[in-house]
Design a protein around this ligand. Structure first.
Ligand code: C2E
Ligand code: MG
Ligand code: MG
Ligand code: MG
Length: 290
């Protein structure tokens, strides 16, 4: 943090102090510039969604996609969500951005259905500030109604840390969403601090094994143990379990062997534009018919 950096800088002498001060200004300036740009991004149509297929292991079929946001910045090119989502969260802009994501994702899901493609589930990431918004449930309902999408096709992904901050409040809101017919899943599972006792009170249909446990699955006995534990926990709690970040055949084989239900990762497809998903669904519908 800034105080610690200044303290360190003072200890190192004047030149270094200036160096640290400059560095801090640069990153603050950078942050402000990005935030300023982000404010216009929705209206200027610089945001778009890519979709990454989720594959069911038993059938080998794409049963859903996750919507992943991209910001096409006029000067910087593509800005990664890991960089701007935290800024949007910090500034509160995530509420407006998140609403755009919800509406766009629901509209897209409905478009595929209207094109006669086999219906799939649409997952949307929801960040803490967006979840806390008093109007979240109304916004979700409006996005579904506007698109004419049945709630059963929408899934919201929340993180462990989000739901564990205030368990009762999160349970209440999630029950409300579940009551509307929307599915809920826990993203990046294993990286936060879940109370296992609390976990069973949430209306969750699916846990997502974080990709940090998948990456070294072929070699790390620890990661193997963690992945197996999450698979078993999910099934004990009557939930489905999906692994994210699956890149290799070895990872797929291990996860299959231990009963993981679903997978998502570069092995199947990276996040792609909507046309590519449409083509993928059309192919699979054709293959199924024979
Ligand atoms: P996430 O929800 O955990 O999404 C998974 C991330 O892993 C995505 O990064 C995806 O592109 C990446 N990924 C997928 N398969 C693989 C793989 O095989 N290997 C590796 N190394 N990575 C893989 P992305 O798209 O950069 O998104 C990063 C994070 O930004 C997301 O993590 C999510 O937390 C957040 N995010 C993305 N879109 C939205 C959004 O619309 N709203 C909110 N609130 N957050 C979003
Ligand atoms: Mg996610
Ligand atoms: Mg994730
Ligand atoms: Mg993640």
């Amino acid at each position: 943090n800034a105080d610690a950096a200044m303290y360190r800088a003072k200890e190192l002498g004047k030149n270094n102090c200036q160096f640290y001060a400059q560095e801090m200004n640069a990153s603050l300036e950078e942050k402000l510039a990005l935030m300023e740009g982000l404010r216009r991004a929705v209206d200027d149509k610089q945001l778009r969604l890519l979709y990454q297929p989720k594959v069911d292991l038993a059938s080998g079929q794409v049963f859903g996609v996750e919507a992943l946001i991209r910001w096409q910045h006029p000067e910087r090119g593509m800005v990664r969500p890991d960089l701007f989502i935290p800024l949007a969260e910090e500034s509160g802009m995530i509420v407006a951005i998140g609403e755009w994501v919800l509406r766009e994702a629901c509209r897209q899901a409905r478009d595929w259905q209207d094109a006669g493609l086999p219906p799939i589930s649409m997952s949307v990431n929801v960040s803490p500030r967006q979840f806390d918004d008093r109007r979240l449930v109304a916004r979700v309902a409006a996005a579904l109604a506007e698109a004419g999408l049945e709630p059963g096709w929408l899934e919201l992904e929340v993180t462990e840390s989000l739901i564990m901050r205030d368990v009762q409040q999160a349970v209440d809101k999630m029950r409300e969403l579940e009551g509307m017919g929307i599915a809920l899943s826990i993203d990046d599972f294993g990286t936060g601090y879940s109370s296992l006792a609390a976990l069973k009170s949430f209306p969750i249909s699916r846990l997502k094994i974080d990709k940090s446990f998948v990456r070294d699955l072929a070699h790390s006995a620890d990661d193997q143990a963690i992945a197996r534990a999450i698979i078993s926990l999910s099934h004990q709690l009557q939930m489905r379990v999906i692994a994210e970040g699956v890149e290799t055949e070895q990872q797929r084989a291990f996860l299959t062997q231990y009963g993981c239900d679903e997978m998502q990762g570069y092995l199947f497809s990276k996040p792609v534009p909507p046309e590519d998903i449409g083509a993928m669904l059309a192919r699979s519908a054709h293959d199924t018919k024979g």
